[in-house]
Design a binder for this molecule. Structure first.
Ligand SMILES: [Zn+2]
Length: 386
């Protein structure tokens, strides 16, 4: 079943048998079982490869839906996909994760019901639910554990909160891990089996794919890149330590520095929105940088340099073949990406960077829901195939 999903489209019985290297009879029996469960369907005949034409197998939309949820620090995205992780419907809106689990999850469930209604479907049609959250998730329990930017969510039973309406199993992971899965499944890193996905937003984190598999580590918190110390005497971080990369280079740090510049009269472009609103947003800083504002560009470049320097250490340790950059801050323009690239190329071993593209995410705001769908579909199908 996983092999058919990996195809992301129809596969012939003959190719499936070849790819799995198992006996024809054994595969035919398994395929028959999955067809009976309506998890697979036959759809026409494949091109002849010599001999009898073999039938094409697909995961039909009628197999059921996957509900995919991506809770960011300041956004909620929900989607419905097929079991083959093809996007059926998606909706996103702003949401502050600091409001706590009950209002945020109520909103998630309301949005899901809206999408299901539009597809003339019901919670009974959902086979699996995948949820990405912006904090460390203990893999075995699916519980958030001391999430720095999510007050009130520590060990909150997210899985149980869907149990009233849904019979489907719920799988929870860190948002950056699921974004990495999304990029690896259907984004710019499709088929790239050793890669690091870095999200730069309110926080900074990374998802690591090694040998085609997400590397979660023993407890599930591998890739927690934002809390690497870059300046022992630096500003206090939300995790309680000082000088973490996140405290120095993520959106709140960028905005704080921009506000200081504006107040000190160093940037007329930043002063106008600050006077109008009393505060600045990441969008204001990005807009000023695009218009060539010296202060905004300097702050963004400094952030890119710190991220690149830290990333260079990860490159030396893991030797990936691609780095994908995503998240709200990454959208401020080329200055950030250029600085990340130059710091990584400068600080990593020459052999490690000989062939190392550092690129922007292609899936952007659907990377999270795509990855949440991939995670949930894989889990539920590996169970169905047992
Ligand atoms: Zn920290």
């Amino acid at each position: 079943m996983a092999r058919i999903r990996a195809e992301a489209g129809p596969i012939s019985r003959a190719r499936l048998t070849g790819a799995l290297g198992s006996s024809r009879g054994k595969i035919a029996a398994e395929v028959a079982r999955l067809i009976e469960k309506r998890l697979l369907a036959e759809e026409g005949l494949a091109e002849s490869e010599g001999g009898r034409r073999s039938s094409l197998l697909v995961i039909p939309p009628s197999a059921g839906l996957v509900a995919a949820v991506d809770i960011g620090a300041t956004s909620i995205d929900v989607a419905l996909t097929t079991l083959g992780s093809e996007l059926v419907a998606h909706r996103g809106e702003p949401g502050d994760v600091r409001d706590g689990p009950l209002p945020i999850l109520d909103r998630v469930k309301a949005l899901l019901l809206e999408l299901l209604d539009e597809q003339a479907a019901s919670p009974m049609d959902v086979l699996a639910i995948g949820v990405g959250v912006p904090g460390p998730v203990e893999q075995a329990s699916g519980l958030l554990t001391a999430p720095p930017i999510m007050p009130g969510w520590d060990r909150f039973p997210i899985r149980d909160s869907f149990a009233g309406e849904y019979a489907a199993p719920v799988f929870v992971d860190n948002d950056v891990n699921v974004m990495a899965l999304g990029e690896h499944w259907g984004g710019v890193a499709k088929g790239v089996d050793d890669m690091i996905f870095v999200k730069i937003g309110t926080g900074i984190g990374s998802g690591i794919i090694i040998g085609g598999h997400l590397h979660r580590g023993t407890q599930g918190c591998a890739g927690d890149f934002g809390h690497i110390c870059v300046e022992p005497e630096g500003p206090l971080c939300s995790c309680g330590n000082a000088g973490c990369l996140e405290a120095m280079a993520a959106a709140p740090a960028i905005v704080l520095q921009a506000e200081r510049c504006a107040r000190e009269g160093e940037s007329p472009l930043l002063m106008i929105p600050l006077q109008e609103k009393g505060e600045l947003s990441m969008k204001d800083v990005g807009e000023a940088a695009r218009r060539g504002d010296y202060c905004a560009l300097t702050i963004i470049r400094k952030s890119g340099r710190l991220i690149g320097q830290t990333l260079a250490s990860a490159v030396n340790v893991l030797n990936p073949s691609m780095i994908v950059i995503g998240g709200g801050v990454s959208r401020v323009g080329n200055a950030l990406l250029a600085e990340v690239r130059s710091a990584v190329y400068q600080r990593s071993l020459p052999l490690a960077t000989r062939n190392l593209p550092i690129v922007m995410s292609e899936l952007d705001d659907v990377a999270g829901v795509m990855g949440a769908s991939v995670m949930a579909a894989r889990e539920v199908l590996s169970f169905a195939s047992r």
